[in-house]
Design a protein around this ligand. Structure first.
Ligand code: ADP
Ligand SMILES: N[C@@H](CCOP(=O)(O)O)C(=O)O
Length: 322
């Protein structure tokens, strides 16, 4: 459940009057998502998404996210387009929170991931990386290797409550990654959270119909984004790695933006880093979310298993690459 801020009928009508998008017909809270408050807003002109940005989003970063969606949409990528008010401003305030209206995307996220979905998401990720090349704003990744130690320090004492020995395992992994991280790989704008819930398809179609949720987007290594995607799309519910899915994802990515040999060689360590990043944020949420909270925190154990898998990988042939 992700409606943290209540918006009255009067508030929404007043807010929508600042835009040239018709009159409100209906608006209702969207249960999916965990970070922000989202409403499906239907006006006399079209459906839209109204987002109120909640505590975890730094308001200073919002111009980057909205500017990026404007930029990617202008480049032909199907992502939410920020709607600008009659005064030209897209980022406004509603009920004491920063807020924006974006276009509504058709399609739906896949319930059961099939290999063809992985092909589609690989191509879409590479298109995003290519389309972002000339985006002029810059936002360092607060959740890349430099941010992991302080995140771990803030919840390390509770790690062994999730699994005995987890604190030691994370400490050793962090030290290994800090020593060996491949900082010099090609960089640019990355999505950084391209999980299945953020990718829409039309039924029985391979191509992605749209990408949403750019609120972790930032500048970082392209291949790190590939590793995040591989982790999110290529493991089965029983934690086994599906090499057919990985092969599809990586080969369709490479058709749009070829991976260099150096990037391929770095993929196992990037996949370890991508596992640790989501293990740490999930661990943090696991220990800090009150038992009676509206949102159920995601299970960190899934990412312990992914990390263990990649620790055993010797090179990228394990992911189906030559
Ligand atoms: N532009 C959009 N078009 C259609 N549906 C959207 C759009 N943006 C968000 N949604 C819906 O809202 C849900 C939550 O959005 P998301 O951005 O993932 O929230 P959060 O950042 O809070 O996790 C999505 O799963 C999707 O159902
Ligand atoms: N994808 C992250 C959590 C972020 O959730 P989202 O709804 O904003 O995509 C995870 O799985 O840990």
């Amino acid at each position: 459940m992700a409606v943290y801020t209540d918006v009255s009928d009067e508030d929404i009508s007043r807010f929508v009057a600042e835009y040239d998008i018709g009159d409100v017909v209906s608006f209702k809270g969207i249960a999916e998502g965990v970070e922000n408050t989202n409403f499906l807003l239907q006006t006399t002109k079209a459906p839209y998404i109204l987002t109120l940005y909640e505590k975890r989003v730094n308001p200073d970063d919002l111009p980057f996210y909205l500017g990026l969606m404007d930029h990617l949409s202008a480049k032909g990528l199907n992502c939410p387009t920020p709607i600008h008010g009659k005064d030209g401003v897209a980022l406004r305030r509603l009920c004491g929170r920063p807020a924006a209206i974006t276009s509504f995307l058709q399609g739906m996220s896949p319930r059961r991931i099939q290999p063809h979905h992985c092909a589609g998401v690989g191509a879409a990720l590479a298109e995003l990386h290519s389309a972002g090349q000339d985006f002029e704003m810059h936002l360092p990744n607060a959740l890349s290797i430099k941010g992991w130690r302080s995140l771990f320090d803030s919840c390390a004492e509770h790690a062994d409550d999730v699994e005995p020995g987890l604190g030691k395992m994370i400490g050793e992994e962090l030290a290994f990654l800090e020593e060996n991280w491949p900082h010099a790989l090609p960089k640019g704008v990355i999505h950084a959270d391209l999980f299945p819930d953020n990718v829409f398809f039309f039924p029985n179609k391979e191509a992605v119909s749209g990408l949403i949720d750019f609120y972790f987007a930032c500048n970082d290594l392209f291949c790190y984004d590939v590793a995040i995607c591989m982790n999110a799309w290529c493991f089965e519910p029983d934690n086994s790695f599906n090499v057919t899915k990985a092969k599809n994802l990586l080969s369709h990515y490479s058709k749009v933006r070829p991976l260099s040999d150096v990037e391929k060689a770095a993929l196992p360590i990037l996949a370890r880093g991508a596992s640790l990043r989501f293990l740490l944020t999930r661990l943090y949420d696991w220990v800090n979310t009150p038992k009676d909270a509206l949102v159920t925190p995601k299970n960190p154990r899934e990412y312990i298993n992914k990390l263990r898998f990649h620790q055993r990988v010797e090179n990228a042939t394990a992911y189906g690459l030559d």
